[in-house]
Design a protein around this ligand. Structure first.
Ligand code: SF4
Length: 322
């Protein structure tokens, strides 16, 4: 039984956990390849103009997998991952939007995770998925335990400075990655949703460009959750979106502790949550002696030359300041 996991949106948060769980209950996991022009075109052709770029890309990966004859598509409905907040509304309705927009899809695995409700806990979702795939309860529970353990291994690798792709290689291909050497003269925090920061196609390989410019990069996933939580509390009011609160907490930590020389905030065009948090980050940067910050807004028309020039200029400016 083949289960397709589209390489977009929450893939970067949870893929190792999902893969270990699904394999533990007897499924073969198929993922779409890294985002490419072909995948983006599939997504833009099949989605509405007014959705954000990451959702269009997700649609592209979904269409790609549907054409590869998988038996199920794994598109859970992640409503809330903590008691006090929700995820972006796009995640709440994702399986419905996919089902009602795309044609000729295999059945979806669309269990709901909502930690505000006892009957929608992650374990309950795992049991529902296991039942859908015909696995016995004892096997579902042991796969779930192993998956949770793997999730923390994944998080710990990112805390050590590995990107999601590198961490996934280490976990599943047993590939030995050298820990990145520090000691570069400039450090930049690249802050944003993981599907914006790490997906090399829509960002025109921003992380690779910074690497070539001799910059050490720090991302939100490389910061301890305690530090993120602590610094998110500097907001006058608690944000009601979990992942965006993490982004704000990570950026505030880097600014308050002067852990980097500047921040690049990667945002999506047509993203409501991003437009709000960008304002919050810019005003915090101004309040902290005009801490250097550059905003890169991604859409399907972002041009390589313009981005390269802006990134080089920002890095030059940071070097001169130093
Ligand atoms: S947070 Fe923004 S970029 Fe992410 S899915 Fe929601 S609208 Fe799209």
């Amino acid at each position: 039984m083949k289960v397709g996991i589209p390489r977009g949106l929450l893939f970067y948060h949870y893929y190792p956990m999902w893969k270990v769980f699904l394999e533990g209950i007897g499924a073969e996991v198929i993922t779409s390849p890294p985002t490419s022009k072909e995948i983006l075109n599939l997504g833009t052709k099949s989605s509405h103009d007014d959705v954000c770029l990451p959702v269009k890309i997700f649609f592209g990966h979904t269409v790609y997998l549907a054409g590869r004859k998988v038996d199920f598509l794994f598109i859970p409905r992640v409503v809330a991952v903590e008691k006090e907040a929700y995820t972006c509304p796009k995640f709440l309705g994702l399986p419905d939007v996919v089902r009602n927009t795309l044609e000729n899809l295999p059945p979806l695995i669309d269990a709901t995770v909502n930690v505000k409700r006892k009957d929608k806990s992650p374990l309950k979702a795992a049991l529902e998925i296991g039942k859908q795939l015909g696995a016995p309860v004892s096997r579902i529970k042991s796969a779930y335990r192993e998956a949770c353990e793997n999730h923390w291994n994944y998080r710990n690798l990112m805390l050590k400075g590995f990107t999601p792709d590198e961490a996934i290689d280490i976990l599943f291909k047993e590939r030995g990655w050298e820990k990145k050497e520090g000691g570069r003269d400039i450090k930049i925090g690249v802050i944003g949703h993981p599907y914006n920061v790490y997906d090399r196609f829509p960002t025109l390989d921003l992380l690779g460009k910074l690497e070539e410019l001799g910059v050490e990069v720090v991302t939100g996933e490389m910061i301890r959750q305690e530090d993120i939580e602590h610094h998110a509390q500097f907001l006058p009011k608690r944000l009601f979106w979990s992942y965006e609160r993490d982004i704000v907490g990570a950026a505030f930590y880097l600014i308050h502790k002067r852990k980097v020389d500047g921040i690049i905030n990667v945002v999506s065009f047509e993203c409501g949550p991003d437009s709000l948090i960008t304002e919050l980050l810019q005003s915090e940067a101004r309040r902290n002696d005009n801490f250097p910050m550059m905003v890169i807004t991604l859409d399907e028309h972002t041009g390589e030359a313009g981005l390269q020039t802006r990134v080089e200029a920002f890095v030059d400016m940071l070097r001169r300041r130093k």
